[in-house]
Design a protein around this ligand. Structure first.
Ligand code: ZN
Length: 198
């Protein structure tokens, strides 16, 4: 995490390249979004009224201490990709729309690349990361056994319940993405075990 000295009056935090630092989305000291889509300090914004986003960063950091950082990096990248696609497929989570509205009460037309869009879905991404980081749940997600896969789907729905069902046409896509996401994270975890990879 950044030391307080990194924050200069009025100009926010030093800006980072988020792809190389995707484990630091929030400065928990200042309750400030410093992560994805922050291209200059003016894009940083206050999260004081959105403690669940700050909490998600604490949880993200705990996952990093518990698991191999390579695994958590793969979890972040794949869950992030998955969740932004899910949102495009109208996977509706009530809290997310509410968060987005609280982040920008006067502006309902948030631009697609606005960092507030990334912040609004960050708690779901971290919840999903903790599920895929577990080799037990990953194994069930990748299983060819229908009963095992159903167990994984039930756990996903318990942790990340949706407000309304996906369109019929989006359901096969959703199930396929669950498996693909698990497989990509699993493959990255396996690669990290090869000699010479640090
Ligand atoms: Zn700070």
């Amino acid at each position: 995490m950044y030391a307080d000295t990194r924050r200069t009056a009025g100009s926010g935090h030093a800006v980072q390249a988020w792809m190389s630092r995707f484990h630091d989305q929030v400065c928990v000291h200042h309750s400030l979004w410093i992560g994805r889509a922050v291209e200059s300090p003016s894009y940083q914004f206050d999260l004081t009224d959105l403690p669940e986003i700050v909490h998600a960063q604490r949880r993200h950091s705990r996952l990093l201490r518990k698991y191999d950082p390579w695994l958590i990096g793969a979890c972040y990248q794949n869950c992030s990709k998955f969740w932004h696609a899910l949102v495009q497929h109208q996977y509706r989570i009530g809290e997310r729309a509410d968060r987005l509205l609280r982040l920008c009460p006067r502006d309902r037309q948030v631009r697609p690349w606005d960092p507030r869009r990334y912040a609004a879905v960050y708690p779901e991404i971290v919840e999903n990361m903790s599920l895929f980081a577990s080799s037990y749940w990953r194994g069930l997600a990748m299983s060819a056994d229908d009963h095992q896969f159903a167990q994984f789907r039930a756990e996903f729905a318990r942790r990340l319940p949706q407000e309304s069902p996906l369109r019929t046409s989006a359901r096969p896509w959703f199930l396929r993405q669950l498996k693909i996401t698990a497989q990509e994270i699993h493959a990255a975890a396996e690669r990290s075990r090869l000699p010479g990879v640090t």
